[in-house]
Design a protein around this ligand. Sequence first.
Ligand code: PLP
Length: 414
Amino acid sequence: MAFLKVAKSGTLSLNEKSRALADAGRKVYRFGFGESPFPPPRRVQAALRSAAHRTDYTAVAGMPVLREKVAAFHHEADGYPIEPRQVLIAPGTKPLLYNVMRAFQRAVVYVPAPAWVSYEPQARLAGHQVVRIPTTFEGRWRVKPVDLERAILRQGAGDRQKLMVLNYPGNPDGLTYSYEELQALTAVLRRHGVWVIADEIYALLDHRGRHVSLARLYPERTIVTTGLSKWCGAGGWRLGTLILPPDAPSALHDALIGLGSETYSCAPAPIQVAAQSAYELDAELHDFLAAQRRILRAIGSAVHRALVEAGIRAHAPQGGFYLLLDFSPFSKLLAERGIRSDSQLCDRLLADTGVALLPGEAFGMPAGSFTARLAYVDFDGAAALRDAERIEATVIEHAAKMLEGLAALREWLS
Ligand code: PLP
């Protein structure tokens, strides 16, 4: 009997591995799994409780009132007009990303290296050809327009459609694109008629609140995905949103509805009710977002400082809660210890120190790049929110466990 070969997503298996170590009584520094540490606002939790009786199936596209709220919310947050008909709701961003890939027939999918773990497997499951666009530490892991264009021209997509995935603030790099960088990329995308999935799931966690949506610059072919998983601290609730271009072909819209109807049917009704409360961009929500940004900025800087002091190369984070570490200054030491790949590095680190990182390979980096992703979320998000006004002064306390883990990492490298 033959079955489809699909490996479990790298992020999820590391989470299970470190949980097993912790269950066995080992101290584990959980830098591996990118789960928000912050609880959803109380009013959103209350809305979910009050909706427990909602057992109905909703429309595949989501509740009309929620689609209206999402459109108004992102119009205000991102500064471009959105009609409710452009919005789709689903149980998480992941199925939306997959269904977008699936909705394209025979495409070349351009994926930066590094990029989030699931884009490439999803593109392959959808039957597409994947072309990686390499980036460098020196280039701040940004896709350069010239490299994008070279990849497009070299590939010669033939009659295949062209689709690119662009995620910023980024997982695994924690960096974003400036308006000018996006403009330069847009010129190439437009010249070659490339469709883009702009995965803006960390947009509201841009540490300075300055995210620029690609849909503002390239409205005709940008499909924006986001949802409650990161900025609302509700990953396990499973609520994702998608914003289609205003003039998207009806065939694309219909394909997404068809795929949704044959797979997930709809996002859970109680979660959609709770989401209506989350997508209310009032003063309370602005404060909640500002507090998260301030905390992530303070903790991200403290973690970055500790890494640089340990001799590891990393760029100061700009958004979300990740850092991409470059251990190449230690390549000689690692070789002496028989470590030849990112995965071996992460396995040994976890076994020797309890520090759980995810290897760069999982994000499409070459195995010998000695890169790994660190998620700085191993802190009490509720306590940090209570202390948000003075987080800069108390960051050492809030990040104590992570700083202890980084001290162990430093010791291991010395
Ligand atoms: N896109 C990126 C860049 C992510 O980091 C994640 C989750 O880790 C997702 C998408 C998936 O989000 P969801 O939990 O809404 O499916």
